[in-house]
Write a protein that binds this ligand. Structure first.
Ligand code: AMP
Ligand code: MG
Length: 317
């Protein structure tokens, strides 16, 4: 593994791309201070240039070398880093326009995965890394899923095992009032407990309408399997769609005829559901069914982020 790490750092130093495990999902990493390398990330993913990248740092000190912290940002960094929280803050001039898509703010995060932190430290520069999927497709939560999607487009994928959180980071704009731009691995409840003040969640349609002003990447078509996906609420009957691929929250009241069934968490544990979400969707996508029917999960804690991904997989804005 140290040999891989050495090679990964050399690739980054030469302006190349590396598949990087994080605790949320796998990222496609490049030197955040090298505009050419960052442009390669957009090309490899087929990601539109107006969708800015998150800058990954080894610690808060490195974060403040690219972003200007407020009192709230410092408190949130102390509480949630390393971890699945990205903070949108005013940027320093060293951050290329390519990273922020020309915005005057930059999203920064200190990931918790030991290999990600080791890589950032070894490189000595912050790493810009979006999820390592083709634009609009399911985010990869294993090294194999990265290779499947990006193949030759990425020189090396560091294998850090399956991602433990399983959904992307929460993207928070802390100031002037805390606003969640994308629900994710840190829940709104946890943020409120830390800040002791209201934390709003940007409404998805408002996010879409405000593009590209608030958060350009929050598009409805994100996180989509190839198979059409429809949603059902908990307690609602399963629709009569024959041999469907079924994503069930707890495995209760399952339909009798199904092509394949995946259960997110028999015990009703939202963290477990998040961990397995994208892998379950990938298996359902591959089973040959004409449609995936996904049951929503309870809308609290990590459930807000899970339901957000399911709604976007269904193409709802
Ligand atoms: P991904 O890298 O695919 O996980 O997506 C990163 C998300 O963070 C995207 O949805 C971006 O829109 C959002 N983001 C990154 N930078 C900013 C920023 N400066 N302001 C608002 N949102 C941002
Ligand atoms: Mg992404």
């Amino acid at each position: 593994m140290p040999a891989d790490l050495e090679r990964a750092a050399a690739i980054i130093a030469a302006g190349g791309l590396v598949g990087m495990p994080t605790e949320t999902v796998y990222g496609l990493a490049a030197n955040a201070l090298d505009a050419q390398a960052v442009l390669r990330v957009f090309l490899a993913k087929g990601r539109p240039r107006f969708d800015p990248l998150i800058v990954h740092v080894a610690d808060a000190e490195q974060a403040w070398s690219v972003a200007v912290p407020s009192a709230r940002a410092r408190a949130l960094g102390r509480r949630f880093w390393p971890g699945p929280l990205s903070l949108v803050l005013p940027r320093h001039a060293c951050v290329p326009d390519a990273v922020t898509s020309g915005l005057e703010t930059v999203a920064v995060r200190c990931p918790a995965h030991p290999l990600a932190r080791a890589l950032i430290q070894r490189c000595g520069v912050p790493l810009a890394a979006p999820s390592a999927n083709l634009f609009g497709r399911l985010s990869p939560t294993t090294a194999a899923a990265v290779r499947e999607q990006l193949g030759e487009r990425v020189e090396l994928v560091l294998d850090g095992g399956p991602c433990q959180v399983g959904i992307e980071s929460t993207v928070l704009r802390p100031d002037p009032q805390p606003l969640i731009l994308r629900p994710g691995g840190v829940s709104r409840e946890e943020l409120i407990a830390e800040l002791d003040e209201p934390v709003l969640i940007a409404d998805r349609s408002a996010r879409a309408a405000s593009l590209p002003l608030i958060s350009p990447g929050l598009l409805a078509s994100h996180y989509a399997p190839r198979t059409p996906l429809m949603l059902k609420a908990i307690g609602e009957p399963w629709p009569e769609v024959g041999q469907a691929a079924i994503l069930s929250w707890r495995g209760e009241d399952l339909p009798t005829a199904a092509r394949r069934i995946e259960v997110l968490s028999p015990e009703g544990d939202l963290a477990q559901a998040a961990t397995g979400l994208f892998a379950a969707l990938r298996r359902l996508d591959a089973c040959g069914a004409a449609v995936i029917v996904a049951e929503c999960v309870p809308e609290h804690g990590l459930g807000v982020g899970i339901n957000d991904r399911l709604q976007r997989a269904a193409g709802l804005g």
